[in-house]
Design a protein around this ligand. Structure first.
Ligand code: ATP
Length: 388
């Protein structure tokens, strides 16, 4: 992407709508500021990003637990955390129950507090030794004064957060470890030109001893993508929680390192990094250079002609064979081949396979590479290896 491209955001918004990635929420009623819907390809892309995050931040490690806590909690959780007194207007107030029994609570503005409030349950259930982490992916809500810039500043969004519990004297090492994991994840999902901002003390939350904002050059300027904070023992202390070292009998309040990633800003940075315009075969084209690990469709399978039953049934055979091992394979016979390539390029499909008359003779197909447009002939039996 070229940061100079001032209409890039419009192009992305338009591609997202045209191809079924992201739509304004409640569009038939004029939309609703700060709320967007993910369509078919957008929802798959987002899911793939979350799955890869879970892989890198949770399952590749041995010291992580997963949680999925409620969006609405006892009001005391957000009172104890300081959110109600510090961000009173920015969190959505709700009534739980009706009439005289109604309780005022809030939609959570971050997933983190659910993790802290459950700290004792995790300890009692799993007896983990320090350091260990608890991770959560889920919705968060903020009554932002001016939601804007597509899915950058939303009122309803998703977060992928880790609260990593440590001994205070080890914070620098763990901070660096998570910093590297975040950078590796950005590379995995194709985010280019991420910048690290060492947040000065004057701009940090008062409880944070160190914060790095991972920033991205959006078309409207450089802005926050993710955050990494050393939150000290602030949160567990707020909730009056501590930890007993079962080996030494020592009781203390662990400290916390928090990598916090917004899912929607990640989707936006991925789309902006992937968006490419070039010339292919003398024609201009647009494609999404999405890494194959997160592309909504890994490979599309085409019969050259829709009205030739032999080609269609052979293409169906190849499609079913590949789909057994790779679920996101798509059968596409809509429009001429050129149109199908253009559609798959805009969806970000890394490979297209065409079944033609030669296939019926020699069991070879054409495999087209999205980025180079190069086509090569290979045996059906070699396809899986080529696209995996
Ligand atoms: P900002 O300064 O942009 O308001 P923040 O510092 O308040 O963000 P955090 O509280 O650190 O954000 O939240 C962690 C992550 O959640 C952010 O890095 C971002 O990816 C995401 N996030 C926060 N607010 C929003 C929002 N209104 N819309 C979409 N994503 C958000």
């Amino acid at each position: 992407m070229s940061p100079k491209d001032s209409d890039l955001m419009e192009k992305i918004v338009s591609l997202c709508k045209r191809r079924g990635f992201i739509y304004p929420s409640s569009e038939i009623y004029g939309g609703f500021a700060g709320f967007w819907n993910y369509g078919h390809y957008g929802a798959i892309l987002k899911e793939n990003i979350k799955c890869l995050w879970k892989q890198r931040f949770i399952f590749d490690r041995e010291d992580m637990f997963v949680t999925d806590t409620s969006i609405i909690s006892n009001p005391k959780v957000l009172e104890a955390s300081g959110h109600v007194s510090n961000f009173g207007n920015e969190i959505f107030k709700i009534q739980v129950g009706t009439g005289e029994d109604a309780t005022t609570s809030h939609l959570r503005p971050e997933t983190a507090q659910g993790i802290f409030a459950d700290f004792k349950n995790v300890i009692d259930a799993h007896h983990p030794e320090l350091p260990f982490g608890v991770a959560q992916v889920g919705k968060a809500f903020r009554n932002e004064i001016s939601p804007r810039d597509f899915i950058f500043r939303l009122r309803e969004f998703e977060q992928m957060e880790v609260e990593y519990f440590i001994r205070a004297n080890e914070w620098e090492k763990h901070f660096e470890d998570w910093r590297e994991i975040m950078k590796g994840f950005a590379a995995d999902i194709g985010i280019e030109n991420m910048h690290e901002l060492e947040v000065p003390e004057s701009d940090r939350a008062h409880y944070s001893k160190r914060t790095i904002d991972f920033q991205f050059d959006y078309p409207f300027g450089r802005g926050e993508l993710w955050g990494l904070a050393y939150r000290t023992d602030f949160d567990l202390k707020n909730h009056n929680l501590d930890y007993l070292d079962e080996k030494t009998g020592e009781r203390f309040v662990p400290h916390v390192i928090e990598p916090s990633l917004g899912v929607d800003r990640t989707v936006l940075a991925v789309l902006l990094s992937a968006y490419t315009e070039d010339e292919l075969g003398g024609e201009s084209r647009t494609y999404l250079k999405l890494p194959k690990l997160i592309a909504p469709i890994r490979t599309a399978v085409f019969p050259l002609l829709k009205n030739k039953p032999d080609l269609v049934s052979k293409a169906r055979e190849v499609y079913s064979m590949l789909k057994k091992d790779i679920s996101n394979i798509q059968f596409d016979d809509n429009g001429n081949i050129g149109k199908r390539y253009r559609r798959q390029d805009e969806i970000g499909t890394p490979y297209c396979i065409t079944i033609d008359f030669d296939t019926l003779e020699d069991d070879t197909v054409t495999l087209r590479d999205r980025d180079t447009g190069e086509q090569k002939r290979l045996k059906i039996t070699d396809l899986k290896e080529a696209i995996i």
